[in-house]
Design a protein around this ligand. Structure first.
Ligand SMILES: Cc1ncc(C[n+]2csc(CCOP(=O)(O)OP(=O)(O)O)c2C)c(N)n1
Length: 699
């Protein structure tokens, strides 16, 4: 074993160990915010961390403070997060100790990962999938065509040429999470360059291995053909270093996934809040496996003197103490720091290009989306499209991706297994390696397994990394009821999605808007969900011809947050007027209802186009003019986005209102039944909207 490596490893272990001790000695001060330390896990963490390179991507978990030190971070850096200080290099005081996110040139890249156990496996595997795609060669061939700046790519090139790998670090108990299976499946299926490092201390929190698993991670990995696994003593630095050296070399060269199962003792508390003395019955045995004396002995066996080892340790202790004193005096964030980096700035702020070119054909809404994506993919090699059944054989169950695989190849347009969590969460990693994925869940009804990733990983990455890792992705979601889709192919989900902060949401009512918004979404550096009503895709539903549009030109782009007043009226003194605020299918119900009532000059209709950002200025100005307002939604109205909006309108326009702001939506039943009579009874219609308009007008 190389002496410098041993020395470096020992120094880092002593530093991490000294930090645990210092945190215990200063418990009152440091336990204001929760923390967990690596004590007992140091050897494997350091052995892994020392062998990663700046072009690699690392997803450490909350116990990996020793790994962070081995990347070159200083105790001071970590203590700034421990104390949630403003200059915490990871999150600016926003997230817990040892929850890193970093983009330093000289260190492995650390995309944001959440505090939810195991959930980083999917983003990490997404990053490996991104590397896999980049290495396929299709990206760089015609790079000059891309509108992404060349210097941007040059900067990234140094990371992608050669042989980056991804490290995903996990605790043993997190491996029983269902999402881990999705990640392993994809890594094995696509032979991705990722190392899953499982640190097995035999404990969940207080639940132990006997209670929580039928097999350990090493045995579990055997079920994934193509995922090679080894099991090692993670408390032995030399064994860990050498085993990882081989594994990492193999991944770098052969581009395939590995799982390293490292057995370690947990020698400190689970976290500062859950103390070992409350429930641990194995502490004596655990102490007998302490990695510290093992590594110290390895130093001595390799020619270091006791005095040299003690000197290294003493230096580490002194440094930790000094850094702590410095960190204690560091500044806290200011109240105004709360408000930064919820989103990265988008360049798309104005409507541009030709919306209705002369002589262009009228096309259905589904094709407007398809053509938008085709134009994007032609221009941008970093754009990929994946989801269930979107590949060449079918091109999407709505043919919304038809011909794309044929045009752009199976590397860029591909089917995924039925893994909504992976589809959504992998975009975090894809985006981290510089790609721009467009993904789909097949129906809004099946967004639920993906919602965890959308909320936990996708939506918070920009904010919690203090702006370092915005996630650029588009999630297409076919939504809405029509033609007896039944309880699992009809649901609306916008109230759930709009409750997730950190994402943008479009819900267009027509093809031209969909095309323009798709373009804006692509150039937006933030995550975007596009809700696409299935009943509008082909304008087959009666009264939805308006969703068909002259296809906008390639340069047409429609910014988020600009509503469309599709039916505008004058302010009137002697006639009752109302504003209808709506989106998606509601736009067609409202428009047809106002026509059927012959009240087009009494009813102003606002199509929101995007639910977030929301064009409140246009809404409020209209309601102040008309004096009455109806919000139309397809969702069951209780506790909905529409109700919340109605409340907000009421609050802001109260003095101008002649009636309460009203809402119409579906009936408040748990599901949309299959039977067509029941379906019609459940959801709104032009007739129901008509009746509601009359009720409001006569209030
Ligand atoms: C999804 C999720 N569920 C529950 C928790 C609460 N929790 C935090 S740590 C932990 C135990 C994790 O054990 P393991 O993965 O083995 O890591 P260790 O702490 O032992 O290193 C639990 C249940 C969480 N953070 N995320």
């Amino acid at each position: 074993m190389n002496k410098e490596i041993l020395k470096e490893g020992f120094k880092t272990l002593c530093t991490a160990k000294a930090m645990t001790k210092l945190y215990e000695d200063n418990f009152k001060v440091v336990s204001k915010y929760v923390h967990a330390t690596s004590r007992g896990h140091e050897a494997i963490q350091i052995a892994a961390g020392m062998q990663l390179l700046p072009q690699d991507y690392a997803y450490p978990y909350y116990r990996d403070d020793a790994m962070l030190l081995s990347f070159g971070l200083q105790p001071y850096d970590l203590m700034l997060q421990l104390l949630a200080k403003k200059d915490d290099p990871f999150s600016g005081g926003r997230t817990y100790y040892s929850h890193p996110s970093l983009r330093d040139d000289d260190k492995p890249k650390i995309p944001h990962q959440s505090s939810a156990t195991g959930m980083q496996a999917i983003p990490a595997t997404g990053a490996a999938m991104g590397l896999h795609y980049r290495e396929s060669g299709s990206l760089f061939m015609k790079r000059a065509e891309s509108s992404t700046s060349i210097s941007d790519f040059k900067e990234r090139d140094s990371h992608f040429r050669g042989n980056s790998i991804v490290l995903c670090s996990l605790g043993d108990a997190s491996v029983t999470e269902g999402e881990i299976a999705e990640a392993f499946q994809m890594a094995a299926l696509k032979q991705l360059p990722i190392l899953y490092l499982v640190q097995d201390n035999g404990w969940d929190i207080s639940a132990n291995a006997e209670e929580t698993r039928a097999q350990d991670a090493f045995e579990y990995a055997k079920g994934f053909k193509g995922l090679e696994a080894i099991s090692i003593d993670g408390a032995n630095f030399t064994e860990s270093y050498q085993a990882l050296e081989k594994v990492i070399k193999t991944i770098r060269e052969e581009r395939r996934p590995f799982l390293v199962h490292a057995k370690v003792p947990l020698l400190n508390h689970h976290t500062s809040g859950v103390r070992m003395e409350w429930y641990r019955d194995d502490l004596e045995e655990a102490k007998s496996r302490d990695p510290y004396p093992v590594l110290k002995n390895q130093l001595l066996e390799n020619g270091f003197t006791i005095a040299e080892a003690e000197f290294i340790e003493q230096e580490a202790i002194t440094k930790v103490q000094q850094d702590f004193e410095k960190a204690l005096n560091a500044q806290d964030p200011k109240p105004e720091d709360l408000f930064t980096h919820d989103f990265a700035p988008t360049p798309i702020v104005e409507e541009q290009g030709e919306r209705a070119p002369k002589g262009a054909e009228k096309v259905v809404m589904v094709d407007c989306a398809l053509f938008a994506i085709e134009e994007i993919m032609t221009k941008h090699k970093e754009c990929l499209l994946y989801g269930q059944d979107v590949g060449g054989r079918l091109g999407g169950v709505f043919r919304e991706a038809a011909t794309l695989a044929q045009k752009f190849g199976d590397e860029r347009v591909f089917n995924t297994p039925i893994q909504e969590a992976f589809i959504v969460g992998s975009t975090v990693g894809m985006s981290a390696v510089g790609l721009k994925p467009i993904v789909e869940v097949q129906f809004a009804d099946y967004i639920w397994p993906g919602l965890n990733q959308l909320f936990t990983e996708v939506s918070r990455s920009c904010y919690l990394s203090n702006g370092k890792w915005p996630v650029s992705m588009i999630l297409r979601v076919p939504i809405g009821a029509y033609g007896s889709g039944g309880p699992y192919h009809s649901s609306s989900v916008e109230s759930i999605v709009t409750n997730i902060r950190g994402i943008k949401i479009a819900y267009p009512s027509n093809g031209a808007d969909l095309k323009g918004l798709m373009k804006a979404a692509y150039y937006d550096p933030n995550p975007v969900v596009i809700l696409e009503h299935k009943g509008l895709y082909w304008s087959k539903v009666e009264g939805t011809k308006g969703a068909t549009s002259v296809e906008p030109a390639e340069d047409y782009i429609l910014p988020f947050g600009k509503a469309w007043v599709l039916q505008e009226i004058w302010k009137q003194e002697h006639v009752e007027t109302i504003t209808i605020v709506t989106y998606g299918m509601g736009v067609h119900w409202a428009y047809n209802a106002s026509g059927a009532l012959d009240m087009r000059d009494q009813i102003e209709i606002i199509d929101l186009r995007t639910l977030f950002p929301l064009d409140e200025a246009t809404i409020m100005a209209s309601v102040k003019k008309t004096g009455k307002c109806l919000v139309v939604t397809e969702e069951p109205s209780n506790n909905s986005f529409a109700r919340a909006l109605a409340g907000k309108i009421q609050e802001e326009c109260f003095k101008f209102l002649d009636a309460p702001v009203m809402t119409i939506g579906s009936e408040n039943m748990p599901a949309i039944p299959l039977n067509s009579i029941l379906e019609q009874t459940m959801i709104p219609s032009m007739e129901k909207v008509k009746a509601k308009i009359l009720e409001l007008l006569s209030y």
